[in-house]
Write a protein that binds this ligand. Structure first.
Ligand SMILES: NC(=O)c1ccc[n+]([C@@H]2O[C@H](COP(=O)([O-])OP(=O)(O)OC[C@H]3O[C@@H](n4cnc5c(N)ncnc54)[C@H](O)[C@@H]3O)[C@@H](O)[C@H]2O)c1
Length: 245
């Protein structure tokens, strides 16, 4: 499993940062792709010499293509692509949600996955890892909670796109799965929610607490592993029991 080429988007913080560390610890070459230059460079240097940071706005097709071209020049292949970048936006009703905000959330959560996967596909075909992992959300399986309807729609789209990609790439042995976490205690969530709000959310989760970013990263690492080779097109609910189906 060592020495794979792994690309993690949205890795300047949160779940992506934890995933970059987890792959780095396994000895993989990790490309961190994020719009946040300062955070991305910091995390790459913490992960170690096997990590490189590439600044990219994943909603911009030209930037995505030139980022993948850089990876192609340096590494030649991609074994594992983790489409993690996203953002949940403000909780607003449909009447208050303007078109620019709708488009921004669809672009960053959904279109980014289409653009990155399309650009990376030739390199994924050359690799032996053959894994794509998309970050969905419990919000995409439900009506969402304290979030934008655009985020809910985008994440439902991520789960659907995961199935479509899994079907298309299955004959080539490339698996595509999604994770649907619910409440992960990232720095951003700590900034946005006060103690009372954190406790109120924890009380809605049967396991009674937020999930740690490292617990999501562990699932990403598993889905990227050979042991997960017979699973494709699935959305794995890692939500502390908040939704049971
Ligand atoms: N934190 C949670 O509770 C939670 C729950 C369910 C799903 N998720 C999903 O997991 C993923 C990671 O979540 P997180 O909480 O770690 O998020 P985060 O906000 O902590 O990090 C998101 C990262 O994406 C980057 N990013 C945003 N827009 C970008 C763009 N246009 N181009 C490149 N990079 C961009 C940010 O700079 C940031 O580093 C997201 O897709 C999120 O929707 C998170």
């Amino acid at each position: 499993m060592s020495s794979r080429v792994v690309v993690v988007t949205g890795s300047a913080t949160g779940i992506g940062e934890a995933a970059a560390h987890a792959f780095g610890t396994l000895g993989d070459k990790v490309y961190l792709v994020d719009i946040d230059q300062t955070g991305g460079a910091r995390v790459a240097s913490e992960v170690g010499e096997n990590a490189s940071f590439l600044r990219c706005d994943l909603t911009d097709e030209g930037e995505v293509r030139s980022t993948v071209a850089e990876i192609e020049t340096e590494a030649g292949v991609i074994d594992v692509l983790v489409n993690n970048a996203g953002g949940f936006g403000e909780a607003k009703g449909i009447e208050d949600l303007d078109l620019a905000e709708w488009r921004r959330l669809i672009d960053v959560n959904l279109t980014s996955i289409f653009l990155m996967t399309q650009a990376a596909l030739p390199l994924l075909r050359r690799g032996t890892g053959r894994r794509i992992i998309n970050l969905g959300s419990l919000a995409g399986q439900t009506a969402g909670w304290k979030t934008s309807p655009a985020y809910v729609a985008a994440k439902a789209g991520v789960h659907a796109l995961t199935r479509a990609m899994a079907t298309e790439f299955a004959p080539e042995g490339i698996t595509v799965n999604a994770l649907a976490p619910s409440a992960v205690l990232t720095d951003r969530i700590r900034e946005l929610r006060d103690e009372a709000e954190l406790a109120a959310t924890a009380a809605t989760i049967p396991l009674g607490r937020y999930q740690e970013p490292s617990e999501v990263a562990a699932w990403i690492v598993f889905l990227a592993s050979p042991d997960a080779g017979f699973m494709t097109g699935q959305t794995v609910s890692v939500n502390g029991g908040r939704l049971m189906t």
